[in-house]
Design a protein around this ligand. Structure first.
Ligand code: SF4
Length: 539
């Protein structure tokens, strides 16, 4: 038998007849759909307490509703990976709320803030997928939290797990004067039709979607599993180009364009066709090869498009144009005009860290100065909409009183950090506080630095904070200090840029956490001194 066929047999693709689960994750999903865990949480676990939870639910199906056990406090990074789950698991949970398109009303923000103060010890982080992430959630409180969220149209369903996760969208959808298309109706349609459907609740692994007509490309379509990006075809019709197979972590890959033109009313069925290909042809045998990027890499865009059209859509899509190049900064920080004559005000919490109290303040300000509408961004930032021009200065001053800056330094604006050792069981090092300290210190030491520069801080070799596409990517690991002791530190990756290049791991470039600020300062000073006009780290 030729080697290529042999390999295919081993990938566990349902469409080729390999239905038997080939690993524990697949077996758990076959034994019981992740969506069924909701009933057990409400009826059993929340009443009988943490110790009653079936381990297959605790470390598997709970994710289908956005719940992960958080790391037991006090376990150092050296123990990560060497301890069994039971010893790493705290009795509290991280809970992720999906906010499709990052769109929040005043009422929804109020509920999110209330849950934070009442059930989550005040915690609330804005993630780089526009979600809100709580910590310290007790299983007993989960039904009440769900009731509160659902009363305002929010949920945690399929916020994690091998599912179609939150669909990210431009926070200015329907508002930005220069947008190609408002993708909000398409995001809603996909959400209403397919999120929580058993048809797509057992995927090979997670499936990240983006839909946007933003000219800055703030949804970073290049690193999503599927993305619909607004374009205008030769006839002047507005629609989408479809991208498939982006993802970071191990073997980072940028998404490939299918070269098609998708009309807005077709978007939901094309999305359905693409996720169906992933479900049916995705590789289920090895978890680390189970993302759609590996299938796309093996097939190529041409074959992917052919299978989509012939086996799933039943019709051919016309060829479509590629989207315009992104802007140098893809966030929406600052004061900018909306198409209706009002202004939006984007501001920068440091590395997405806010809290219940602060969210309440933001909600109040949004109502006082705007219409109450607030947005989360895919860069851990927030935006208040609908502010009359005359009020923007006062709003910016009010936000600044709470350390929420509308005109932040590059460091505050472009530094991202993952959850890290504070709560994440996979983490080796501290990230959020480390990154916040780094920002504060760099602001003092380099007050005049204004160039675009991304610094992304990860607590382990995974890519939750996108280290591979940062100018300076910091990958948490243990390093040896000058005394020969193993301490927290970072491997440095340099020169990454979304859609263009992955940062290079430079041999020997490592720093201890204690030496991080000095190290980054040196890098930035050297770059600034040597760069030519328009040059970036990646160039
Ligand atoms: Fe946890 Fe690693 Fe992801 Fe950070 S990158 S949140 S440490 S898994």
């Amino acid at each position: 038998m030729p080697p290529a066929t042999k390999r295919k047999r081993g990938e566990g693709q349902w469409a080729l007849g390999y239905r038997e689960p080939l690993n524990k994750n697949e077996e758990n999903k076959k034994n019981d759909d992740g969506l069924n865990v909701r009933r057990r949480i409400v009826d059993v676990y929340s009443k009988a307490g943490f110790d009653s939870i079936d381990p297959a639910d605790l470390r598997g199906r709970f994710r289908w509703f956005g719940l992960y056990t958080q790391r037991k406090p006090g376990i150092d990074g050296g123990k990560t990976g060497s301890l069994p789950d039971e010893e790493l698991d705290d009795r509290y949970f991280m809970l992720r709320v999906r906010i499709d398109g990052g769109q929040l009303s005043a009422e929804q923000l109020q509920v999110i803030a209330d849950i934070s103060t009442k059930y989550a010890r005040g915690t609330a982080d804005i993630t780089d997928r526009q979600n809100v992430q709580y910590h310290w959630i007790a299983i007993e409180d989960v039904p009440a939290i769900w009731d509160a969220l659902e009363s305002v149209g929010l949920s945690t369903m399929e916020a994690c797990g091998d599912t179609p996760r939150v669909i990210i969208g431009c926070p200015l959808a329907g508002i930005a004067a220069d947008e190609v298309i408002d993708a909000t109706p398409q995001i809603r349609e996909v959400h209403e039709r397919y999120i929580g459907s058993p048809e797509f609740s057992n995927l090979p692994r997670k499936f990240k979607s983006a839909m946007s007509g933003c000219t800055a490309h703030c949804t970073v379509h290049e690193i999503n599993d599927v993305a619909f990006v607004g374009v205008v075809n030769d006839e002047g019709e507005v629609g989408y180009q479809a991208f498939v197979g982006g993802g970071l972590s191990t073997n980072p890959m940028f998404a490939k364009s299918l070269g098609v033109f998708v009309k807005p009313e077709q978007a939901h069925e094309v999305w359905k066709g693409i996720i169906s290909i992933f479900r049916d042809y995705g590789y289920r045998r090895l978890r680390h090869r189970a993302r759609i990027k590996f299938l796309m890499n093996d097939w190529g865009a041409e074959k992917f498009r052919e299978v989509l059209e012939k086996e799933y859509l039943g019709y051919a899509l016309p060829d479509g144009p590629e989207p315009a190049a992104p802007l140098p900064r893809r966030d929406h920080v600052g004061v900018h005009p909306q198409k209706d004559g009002n202004f939006y005000v984007g501001f920068a919490p440091r590395v997405g860290r806010v809290n219940g109290e602060l969210l309440r303040v933001i909600g109040d300000l949004a109502q006082r100065y705007g219409s109450g509408r607030v947005r989360t961004t895919a860069e851990q930032k927030m935006v208040i909409l609908d502010v009359p021009e005359a009020n923007t200065g006062e709003l910016a001053a009010e936000l600044a009183k709470h350390d929420l800056q509308v005109h932040p330094s590059t460091f505050r604006r472009q530094t991202m950090a993952c959850t890290g050792i504070e709560y994440c069981k996979l983490a080796i090092v501290e990230t959020k506080q480390r990154a916040m300290d780094l920002i504060d210190e760099l602001e003092k030491r380099l007050p005049d630095f204004e160039q675009p520069l991304t610094i992304n801080v990860n607590g382990c070799p995974n890519a939750c904070a996108r280290i591979q596409v940062a100018d300076i990517g910091l990958k948490g690991q243990l390093v040896v200090d000058e005394n020969g002791d193993q301490v927290e530190g970072f491997q440095i990756h340099l020169g990454g840029q979304v859609g263009a290049s992955f940062g290079k791991k430079v041999r020997g470039l490592k720093t201890t956490s204690a030496g991080l600020t000095d190290y980054v300062e040196r890098l930035v000073r050297n770059f600034d001194a040597q760069r030519t006009e328009g040059e970036t780290f990646a160039a």
